[in-house]
Design a protein around this ligand. Sequence first.
Ligand code: GUN
Length: 296
Amino acid sequence: MAAEIISGTAVAEQIRSELKHKVTELKAKGIHPGVVFVRVGEDPASVSYVAGKGKAADELGIISETIVLPENTPEQQLLDLVHKLNKDHKFHGILVQLPLPKHIDPDKVLNAIEPEKDVDGFHPVNVGRLLIGNPYFMPCTPHGVQELLVRSGNNPDGKHVVICGRSNIVGKPVMAILMQKQKGANATVTMVHTGTKDMANYTQQADIIIAAMGKPQVITADMVRDGVVVIDVGVNRIPDATKKSGFRLVGDTDFEAIKEKAKAITPVPGGVGPMTITMLMVNTVRAAEQQHTKKH
Ligand code: GUN
């Protein structure tokens, strides 16, 4: 039987419409959520991602500003800007788009963002809070993965989740979220990575696979069991002569083959992608609420 295709676009739309109501309520109380995006240089993917984030904010009535700095900006100048934004009450959230140019240490920059404004959830304080089960902000893509599972009727509670890939942005925080003794989590979690000897041995035992390796179509149909649920976080460009651009986007799994075996699977694009920006907006609204509560 062919799998249900989990539409991230549809789930994201549902969450955004809930959020729109919340923004209206907050504004009636005099709280106007605001977020600032900082982009250094002209990396084409970053230009497109930051534009998408600004558009999402506009649509929800969230104030947003994008600060663009030249590629050769000294590290100290970026740090000074972050310190200034930490004190600017107009912005409840600060996001510095990654990757940064090579001469800038991303850890230094991420550590400089006030944890209460760190809507990415990348600051070590927020990472630590997530791990102990008392999150301040949930990182956007991992939180989007959890919401996709729960809202598509695939609650991970009691299930065996196999996470493929141990990045700080996706794999590790997804593990930290889904292993907690909490609603929409409480899963048995296995992490496989480049040091794993026989990856298929683990993926074949999974009720749910989270693919986040950043390698095109490496999880193939023979590596999964019938009835599996697959969340594919990968976004990879592969050559495609039939496209005007000369490439197309694929995930980390072989979507076409796996959909014949799976219970449900997310497409690429249109799966996890739309969720990431939406969860950033959720965090921005949360930041505004929390900062207002603290002041009063
Ligand atoms: N670059 C790619 N994804 C992200 C993200 O979620 N946040 C930031 N700040 N940069 C990114």
